[in-house]
Design a binder for this molecule. Sequence first.
Ligand code: ADP
Ligand code: MG
Length: 177
Amino acid sequence: MTTALSIRDIGLHYGAAQALRGISIEAKPGRITAVLGRNGVGKSSTLRAVTGINNVSSGEIVFNDEVLKKAPPYKRARLGIGYVPQGREVFPLLTVKENLETGYAPLKAAERNVPDYIYELFPILKSMLGRRGGDLSGGQQQQLAIGRALVTRPKVLVLDEPTEGIQPSIIKDIGRA
Ligand SMILES: Nc1ncnc2c1ncn2[C@@H]1O[C@H](COP(=O)(O)OP(=O)(O)O)[C@@H](O)[C@H]1O
Ligand SMILES: [Mg+2]
């Protein structure tokens, strides 16, 4: 099996402080790859290195045989890296529909639509299209953040703490989706 995403011996610094040292992860197509660890160990930093929000100071990240080097986040989104940040980062004053449409940014004009399967995965989104993101519950916001990432047609979906602070029944729904 080939590798979709390969994190190779990366280091990452915040100023002089080293947050990551020698991290390597292989994510294979069609599989879920999980990163586990206590608070502050560097999970989010690792995922932000994949999305290009933070640049690595050593090592490399390879996506579908392409070394990403210092490609900015918008270019990685165009390549097919979808991101659901820790804390969800839903736009509170935009409606659910508008939040989903922010996922159009990396797409060509002809692809700028919300695929029906997203509403099938998360029916709550369809029934709340006109509501403001900030008025949704935590679990609904999480589904919106995942839906927004799926709108970008990702080839790999990077989820940071997708079940944090969410009630167990919704965690199950998200897990199934
Ligand atoms: N923006 C930042 N500036 C400075 N230090 C940071 C920043 N983000 C995270 N860190 C530090 O990097 C380390 C790893 O944090 P993080 O990647 O958020 O861990 P996790 O997601 O596993 O809880 C921690 O020591 C944290 O304090
Ligand atoms: Mg984190």
